[in-house]
Design a protein. Structure first.
Length: 67
């Protein structure tokens, strides 16, 4: 669909529908801007931010009676 066909179709709509088309176009433009801003995290970007205790795999005191 070229721009002339699109313009003709929009022009033939009543004013209330033209307003809805305008709102939808604004929505699509903001959606596209959000997609552009999203960046994939790089591998290793959280290095040093996560801590695992040395006894992570050790038995828990709460389960001593079950073991």
């Amino acid at each position: 669909m070229n721009q002339i066909q699109l313009y003709t179709k929009i022009n033939s709509l009543p004013n209330d529908l033209k307003s809805e088309v305008n709102d939808f176009i604004d929505f699509l433009m903001t959606k596209k801007k959000k997609e552009i801003k999203k960046k994939k995290p790089k591998f290793g970007c959280a290095k040093g931010q996560i801590y695992i205790a040395p006894d992570f795999d050790g038995p828990l005191d709460d389960f001593k009676e079950y073991m």
